[in-house]
Design a binder for this molecule. Structure first.
Ligand code: SAH
Length: 397
């Protein structure tokens, strides 16, 4: 039987030689054999040289995602075990031997497993399968995950699945059933997350280091404003760090209800940890008009730009909230501002924050650049993995 293969156009092998894991449909000159969605396909140069073994996604602009650059490697259970073990060793190395309660075991392309995310919450795993290749290997993946968890729940309800020709899919995947709420500790704070209905796999694990930074910056802060608070992550960190009062704003009632529960479990009373259901854009304007001010503000909005084409519009939205927040900062007040839009790079985000400071007439000093935690590594061959960026700074005057 003829090998399923994509032969690339002349010169289009360069990114693969640099070990970038994507093959765009426009790079393909011709196809041989039978191409199946999610099935294996050899990637070959125009001259027929083997470049990689990949999973085909015939309906996507990313026509194939690389499993391995090693021609002798088979995509079987041993392959997944080995990739998981490598990812696990990396986490053990970066966490200095003692793993946290909740952490990311597999960070997709950056752990050489395109389209697969596995988050661990103590002994439970929540995974997300977003590529046709990972979907086809779901049983092998489930088995590999069970080495690290007693039960696995699947949250493959991301839009990117549609581009791969896959329907959303959620439900128990393997092993023991997950409880309704999963519990874990982070930086000494107790959290509850809802693996079935929460965002992502239930919690924004990627902000671990930044929550710690906010905790450390909050001692002595009388009034903290936590915008886009979700289930309270940054607000709880601020309260734990010694903030006098934390106001947590989000437009989602269920997220706020869980934030309140989390505060309660940690012994933060409602007069110290307040929640408000509101649109942040409107709320910041209200604060500006009523001359309300804060000692520390967190801005951690959702992704404003889904694609590169939306970057300009997104930049305006980021500018808007950052400008308003700058105006609300008291002298000596601190800002922690983030963007998780991959399409918005670090340089552009930096410019947005700079121009917000300028327009607010704020003497703003940047004191730190923040990023996703070490359990969300970025492969040097996959710059697209660098999606989360944050800037910390102080308004001096
Ligand atoms: N900071 C959080 C994660 C934020 S996710 C953490 O560390 O856990 C983004 C949040 O913004 C979501 O909870 C969503 O409900 C909320 N959101 C989106 N648009 C909003 C708006 N216009 N006003 C208020 N909240 C909004």
């Amino acid at each position: 039987m003829e090998e399923a293969a994509f032969f690339l156009k002349e010169g289009r092998e360069k990114s693969l030689l640099r070990r970038h894991p994507w093959v765009f449909s426009g790079a393909i000159q011709r196809t041989t054999g039978k191409i199946v969605s999610g099935g294996e396909v050899a990637i070959r140069s125009a001259g027929g040289e083997f470049l990689a073994r990949a999973a085909a996604s015939p309906s996507s602009r990313i026509a194939a995602r690389v499993w391995t650059f090693d021609e002798s490697e088979k995509i079987d259970l041993a392959f997944f075990h080995a990739r998981f073990e490598k990812a696990f060793r990396l986490r053990r190395a970066v966490f200095g031997g003692s793993l946290p309660d909740a952490w990311r075991l597999i960070n997709a392309e950056s752990d050489a497993l395109p389209g697969l995310i596995v988050d661990l919450y103590r002994n439970y795993a929540v995974c997300q399968i977003s590529s046709a290749g990972a979907e086809r290997c779901r049983e092998l993946i489930a088995e590999a995950v069970l080495h690290y968890a007693d039960g696995v729940y699947e949250r493959s309800d991301v839009d990117s699945r549609l581009k791969e020709g896959l329907e959303p899919r959620t439900g128990p995947l393997a092993g023991a059933e997950l409880p309704e709420m999963i519990e874990f500790e982070e930086n000494g704070i107790l959290f509850r997350a809802d693996p079935r209905n929460g965002h992502k796999t239930g919690f924004y694990l990627d902000q671990r280091m930044s929550r710690k930074a906010v905790m450390e910056a909050s001692s002595g802060a009388e009034e903290v404003l936590n915008c886009f608070c979700y289930t309270g992550g940054f607000g709880l960190a601020a309260a734990k760090g010694g903030a006098g009062h934390v106001l947590n704003v989000d437009s989602s009632a269920p997220a706020l209800a869980l934030a309140k529960q989390n505060a309660d479990r940690n012994g933060f009373s409602p007069d110290r940890f307040e929640t408000l259901e509101a649109d942040v854009f409107q709320f910041l304007r209200k604060c500006r008009d009523s001359r309300r001010s804060f000692d520390l503000i967190v801005l951690d909005p959702p992704k404003f730009a889904e694609t590169a084409a939306q970057t300009e519009k997104a930049a305006r939205a980021y500018k808007d909230i950052n400008l308003l927040a700058m105006k609300l900062l008291r002298p000596g007040g601190k800002l922690f501002t983030f963007s998780c839009s991959g399409a918005m790079n670090e340089e552009l985000f930096g410019k947005v924050v700079d121009s917000a400071a300028c327009d607010a007439k704020a003497d703003f000093r940047i004191t730190g650049f923040l990023s996703q935690g070490p359990d969300h590594p970025v492969s040097a061959a996959f710059p697209e993995g660098r999606y989360l960026k944050g800037i910390a700074g102080i308004r001096l005057g």
